[in-house]
Design a protein around this ligand. Structure first.
Ligand code: FE
Length: 359
């Protein structure tokens, strides 16, 4: 009995030691492999992108042709992408991060996921109001937050400012996506910046009081809701409208026929403009390649591809999108509030939404 017990104990001990040895070996090998992946970077760029459009293929291929740098792409939704970066922490292989909307870029910046990029080229090409004040992120294309309305039930002059959407005359007519979505947070943040927290809260409260239905769906769903008559007026990013304009589907053209388009706030502050942007990741293993890629994105050729991929406007002055549907919308007065300033109001904006019950 004793002998058996001793033998069993020895067996258990041996088993444990073996396990420890195997685990230790795996850890060492794992670390070595991780280093290898991170070190073999001379000709590689690890791109984490929340964008995925057809024209992006040419955009990336041309970069590789010009520089010899191979791009490894990870494409995820904005939120998943940010979560992945946060959980990978210091071991993240990400070199460049592409995100849409200043609210998300700001949130990534304040979470310490980016590092500053000192580049004369980016400094010269990207207008100061379309990038962060500390050069951590840069806008590479712009989009406008516009108003669309039902031609049969609403007059353009009753809905040609953001402020009017919250006035009593538009009761029961307004549709938007969720108030907490970055597109809405950025717009409300811009109002906090310009008019102060009190005025922004009054606006948000008026919007809630004027809803035709509880916020749901994306911007395209709001446009469709307007065409169907469920909504009288709605907010949308410009590229969703242009997508419908360019659609081959007869149903989409039908939507466009029923819906009017206005550039908001032309007589006052100008239309809210936001960005698609990018940054060098905090722990970029291939930092020089990352900077080269951001500089490439600001080149005339890349600007065309980048903007066209999502029917947006190039951020760089003088760069051409050559997008007939986008050009058909004409010129407009854009709000020139620095996009980075909005970040300072995002937390306040969310608190306002919570207070007024804007879902
Ligand atoms: Fe979008």
């Amino acid at each position: 009995m004793n002998d058996k017990g001793a033998a069993r104990r020895a067996e258990v001990l041996l088993d444990r030691l073996l396990r420890i040895a195997v685990t230790a070996t795996l850890v060492v090998v794992g670390i070595a492999l991780g280093r290898e992946v991170r070190a073999q970077g001379a000709g590689v760029l690890n791109l984490y992108s929340a964008r995925h459009y057809q024209t992006d293929e040419a955009l990336y291929e041309n970069f590789t042709k010009q520089t010899g740098i191979k791009i490894n792409r990870i494409e995820l939704g904005d939120e998943q992408l940010l979560q992945r970066l946060r959980s990978e922490g210091a071991n993240s292989p990400a070199d460049v991060v592409l995100l849409v909307d200043a609210a998300r870029l700001w949130s990534a910046q304040s979470d310490g996921l980016f590092q500053a990029t000192d580049s004369r080229i980016l400094d010269q090409r990207i207008p100061p109001h379309l990038r962060s004040s500390d050069n951590t992120w840069f806008g590479f294309s712009t989009r406008a937050r516009v108003i669309v309305y039902n031609r049969d039930t609403v007059k353009a002059e009753d809905v040609d400012t953001y402020e009017e959407l919250a006035e009593a005359k538009n009761k029961g007519k307004v549709c938007t996506r969720s108030g907490s979505h970055p597109y809405m947070l950025s717009l409300l943040g811009s109002m906090v910046q310009r008019s102060g927290e009190g005025a922004a809260e009054t606006w948000a409260r008026g919007m809630v009081a004027n809803m035709a239905r509880a916020p749901k769906g994306g911007d395209t769903d709001q446009i469709r809701g307007v065409a169907a008559g469920e909504c009288g007026v709605a907010l949308t990013n410009s590229y969703y409208w242009v997508r419908l304009l360019r659609s081959q589907d007869a149903k989409d053209r039908d939507v466009v026929r029923k819906v009017g388009f206005v550039w908001p706030n032309q007589a006052t502050s100008g239309t809210h403009v936001n960005v698609s942007g990018g940054a060098v990741a905090k722990n970029a293993p291939n930092r020089a390649n990352a900077v080269a890629f951001l500089e490439y994105l600001s080149s005339a050729e890349a600007q065309g591809y980048f903007a066209n991929g999502n029917n947006e406007w190039p951020a760089v002055k003088g760069a051409l999108a050559a997008n007939a549907a986008l050009e058909s919308l004409g010129k407009f007065k854009a709000d020139e509030l620095p996009i980075a300033a909005i970040g300072k109001s995002i937390v306040q904006a969310q608190k306002i939404l919570d207070r007024v019950g804007y879902q």
